[in-house]
Design a protein. Structure first.
Length: 244
């Protein structure tokens, strides 16, 4: 296996042409997110296509649409999908979420959306230009992601994301304004002694009071990635379908 490959149980991801590589955040979201058993799921900022591949493995009857503004990433995501057992169910398009929403759901209304969004808002950006675009929230501000979710998702359709904890409260406040109600959250810490730095969160589109009333209580959990210097049982159980 070369450094350009990341091998999972049922597929291989090449990420040498992508600004953002396969990482823990993406793997966690792909293993944690719940989507309907059928329908179309939109992966926003698909990168190398990791989330599309993971969800295609988990849900045998869904269709995945990945979109990205990076042309090289789109080519690589298409190649990764084509080389996988799920090629017939994955489409990758070179477009922004903003344009995708304006074009009127040209691949069919998604029943769910997933996104590992760019979240750096500081003016000091990472030095590599493409990596900066992939990581910096100027290319996909939270409000525009949430606006698109409100536009694209049907009632009770879900948006699942992974966020830094220091951006989570702002994201939640912006979501509520757009009728996106928190249904699940999982705070992720690297070791038992460290505070959580990431949050996995899912929001349901509830444009009416009846839909909000139908939601169960928010599922709130914690996940510690390591214990005694090794991968924790909880982390292992969550990702066991994927990691070798």
């Amino acid at each position: 296996m070369s450094s350009a490959d990341f091998t999972f149980r049922q597929f291989v991801v090449r990420h040498d042409r992508c600004a953002m590589k396969v990482g823990t955040d993406g793997v966690l979201l792909g293993a944690w997110a719940h989507v309907p058993d059928r329908g179309t799921v939109l992966d926003v900022g698909t990168g190398c296509g990791l989330l599309c591949l993971m969800l295609a493995q988990r849900y045998a009857h869904i269709r995945l649409v990945g979109i990205d503004i990076d042309a090289d990433a789109v080519v690589q995501a298409r190649d990764n999908a084509a080389a996988s057992p799920f090629a017939s169910r994955i489409t990758v398009s070179h477009t922004s979420l903003q344009d995708y929403a304006l074009q009127g759901r040209h691949d069919g209304q998604p029943c769910a959306m997933v996104c590992n969004p760019p979240f750096f808002t500081e003016k000091l950006l990472p030095p590599d230009a493409r990596r900066s675009v992939a990581r910096h929230a100027d290319t996909l501000p939270f409000d525009e992601l949430l606006d698109a979710a409100e536009t694209l998702l049907p009632p009770l359709g879900t948006l699942s994301v992974v966020l830094p904890t220091n951006a989570y409260n702002d994201f939640r406040r912006m979501a509520v304004v757009r009728h996106l109600m928190l249904t699940r959250e999982c705070f992720v810490q690297t070791t038992p002694s460290k505070a959580p730095k990431r949050v996995l969160a899912a929001f349901a589109h509830c444009p009416t009071m009846a839909e909000r009333a139908s939601l169960p209580a928010t599922e709130a959990t914690h996940l510690c990635l390591t214990e005694n210097g090794s991968r924790s049982d909880a982390y292992r159980n969550l990702t066991q379908e994927f990691y070798l």
